[in-house]
Ligand binder design. Structure first.
Ligand SMILES: *[C@@H]1O[C@H](CO)[C@@H](O)[C@H](O)[C@H]1NC(C)=O
Ligand SMILES: *[C@@H]1O[C@H](CO)[C@@H](O)[C@H](O)[C@H]1NC(C)=O
Ligand SMILES: *[C@@H]1O[C@H](CO)[C@@H](O)[C@H](O)[C@H]1NC(C)=O
Ligand SMILES: *[C@@H]1O[C@H](CO)[C@@H](O)[C@H](O)[C@H]1NC(C)=O
Ligand SMILES: *[C@@H]1O[C@H](CO)[C@@H](O)[C@H](O)[C@H]1NC(C)=O
Ligand SMILES: *[C@@H]1O[C@H](CO)[C@@H](O)[C@H](O)[C@H]1NC(C)=O
Ligand SMILES: *[C@@H]1O[C@H](CO)[C@@H](O)[C@H](O)[C@H]1NC(C)=O
Length: 506
């Protein structure tokens, strides 16, 4: 065991029912997380990459100059109490600058501790950026280590597409843990006591805001949280935060309780999920692996085929999903124009709608191509290298897109697919602090105006977390395409683990 000679300042309210505790060395800025009276996490250094160089609390280039206790009140979660630290550093032109970090406890959520970073009174810029899988601000950070020989803790991480399902991983928590997934395609991390089979003490470590522009990463044997390394400029007063949530009742319960807190934090309502026709009833999909995926009945076009599907089926389907085969593609196989092609639907979606008697449809979309026709009329940011683009600026594009579509057909579900590619292989999103969030918020805002729900597909954990702010996102795929499962002989319905995450978020 480690010998801890600590000046312990446990942040407590007059009466503390804290299930999880933090002990803080206010002189050194170090902090430990204590779960059920046992040490679970020891902090590592605070670091900052700015003016193309690293500053760290370890060598004093980030210098702790002040520490204080503060109290406050948040609209959604109520009273909090925090220990705040100010770190000082000299910028390129020898200007003295501060960053602020704080460790917070909330009266209404004794099972949580949150960590907050504030970038201070000037923009922090780089012209040599780090990789998108790295981070450029490091707070907070924890050693990945076994704490004593009777410490049998294990981890579970989400990673990769389908909401973190495809590269999820579990293993033993010690300094040799190699498969932890971090960076742009990583997600929340769960730590549990494997002696108790994950059925008792467990914690989840997750971003608490800025889901599109922050990551958890693994740097040697340290778990670190902060803004993406590829972001060029951190504007004045940039903030991010991390939450550690505890449950004594096992991983399932942990996820549910954490999810409730996250939903409360963003005032999410589940009314759209609960009333979503596509969740409550059977639908007919034409996705990869379905018979009508880029395939029609012989001697029929797609319009005739879809009409026939509806007429022929004796099971009570309530909607039909149109996969990526119906719209115009451009460079890099992205979407050029999200309207139907005459070779697919000769009478347009309007004509199809008439023949279907306004039967509800779910419509697929992918990333925008760099030669999208919409960039003539709307503000798009173009990435010519990756052949992709994205609407930017204000909500008018998404409003017009859904307005035009709902005029033509009964669109009840918008499926945004290829989200990992629109994010990873599209540099404007990973170089900017706000574009990623704005993309999804604008889409959700417009969908709400036209009573459309949204499905995320090929989403990363960060997209799913971002949906906490977007009530209209009622679902996300948590397994790969049917076709891929057949081809690789993977079990299609092994979705229990990632479903915990999907269900927790809302
Ligand atoms: C940094 O923090 C110290 C201590 O609170 C304060 O006196 C100083 O004015 C701050 N400097 C800047 C540039 O904000
Ligand atoms: C894990 O659980 C066992 C049994 O309850 C306990 O003895 C052990 O100390 C726990 N380990 C940690 C790191 O909490
Ligand atoms: C940054 O925050 C400070 C302190 O909260 C505030 O006075 C200042 O107006 C903010 N600046 C900007 C540009 O938001
Ligand atoms: C939360 O959202 C509801 C609508 O779902 C709204 O009526 C309410 O004002 C919101 N509350 C806060 C604190 O933002
Ligand atoms: C409709 O039913 C007929 C008769 O059973 C069958 O030949 C045809 O393939 C079906 N078409 C579609 C599109 O399901
Ligand atoms: C939003 O964008 C559209 C199209 O680019 C433009 O016509 C409109 O003036 C913009 N609205 C605002 C409020 O910026
Ligand atoms: C919506 O329809 C109008 C009228 O046809 C067209 O000018 C505009 O480009 C369309 N916008 C979108 C985003 O579909």
């Amino acid at each position: 065991m480690f010998i801890l000679i600590y000046l312990i300042v446990i942040l407590i309210f007059d009466e503390c029912y804290c299930d999880i505790q933090v002990s803080i060395d206010k002189l050194k800025g170090e902090y430990n997380i204590i779960v059920n009276n046992r040490l679970w996490l020891r902090s590592s250094n605070i670091r900052l990459y700015t003016d193309n160089k690293w500053l760290t609390s370890k060598d004093g280039s980030l210098h702790l100059i002040d520490s204080s206790l503060k109290q406050g009140f948040g609209l959604r979660l109520g009273y909090w109490n925090q220990r705040e630290f100010i770190y000082n550093f000299n910028s390129k032109n020898e200007k003295s600058l501060n960053i602020t970090t704080s460790i917070r406890q909330w009266k209404s959520i004794p099972a949580a501790i949150t960590f907050h970073f504030h970038s201070g009174s000037t923009d922090l810029n780089n012209n040599i950026e780090l990789d998108m899988d790295q981070i450029r601000t490091v707070f907070s950070s924890f050693n990945i280590e076994k704490l004593g020989k009777d410490d049998h803790r294990a981890y579970l991480t989400f990673g990769g597409m389908m909401m973190g399902d495809l590269e999820k991983h579990a293993g033993i928590w010690n300094s040799e843990s190699r498969f932890l997934k971090g960076g742009i395609s990583g997600g929340p991390l769960i730590l549990f006591n494997s002696t108790e089979n994950g059925q008792r003490d467990s914690i989840i470590i997750s971003p608490f805001e800025q889901f599109m522009s922050t990551s958890l990463t693994i740097n040697k044997q340290i778990l670190e949280y902060g803004f993406l390394g590829s972001i060029k400029s951190l504007p004045i007063n940039s903030t991010n935060s991390l939450i550690i949530y505890y449950s004594s009742k096992g991983i399932n319960q942990l996820m549910e309780e954490w999810g409730k807190t996250m939903q409360k934090t963003f005032n999410r309502t589940n009314q759209y999920r609960l009333n979503d026709l596509t969740i409550n009833y059977l639908g007919y999909y034409t996705d990869n692996g379905a018979y009508y995926y880029y395939n029609t009945e012989s001697n029929m076009n797609y319009q005739q085929t879809i009409v026939k599907i509806k007429e022929n089926l004796s099971i009570p389907i309530h909607y039909i999903q149109l996969d990526s085969w119906w719209y115009y593609k451009g460079l890099g196989n992205g979407v050029k124009q999200w309207i139907s092609r005459p070779d697919i639907f000769p009478d347009g979606l309007q004509g199809l709608n008439k023949k279907l008697n306004s039967f509800p449809l779910a419509a697929h979309n992918r990333y925008w191509s760099s030669d999208t026709i919409y960039s003539d009329k709307y503000h798009f940011i173009i990435d010519n290298f990756n052949l992709k683009s994205l609407p930017l600026g204000n909500d008018s594009f998404w409003i017009d897109l859904f307005k035009n579509s709902t005029k033509d057909f009964n669109l009840i579900l918008y499926e945004q697919d290829w989200m990992n590619h629109q994010t990873i292989d599209f540099s404007p999103i990973n170089k900017d602090i706000s574009i990623g969030r704005q993309w999804l918020i604008s889409m959700g805002y417009a969908a709400n105006l036209f009573n459309i729900n949204i499905q995320y597909c090929m989403s990363l954990p960060r997209h799913a977390l971002q949906a906490l702010e977007i009530n209209r996102v009622t679902q996300a795929r948590v397994s790969d395409d049917y076709y891929v499962h057949i081809q690789r002989d993977n079990p299609q319905w092994n979705i229990g683990i990632t479903s915990m995450l999907a269900n927790a978020i809302g």
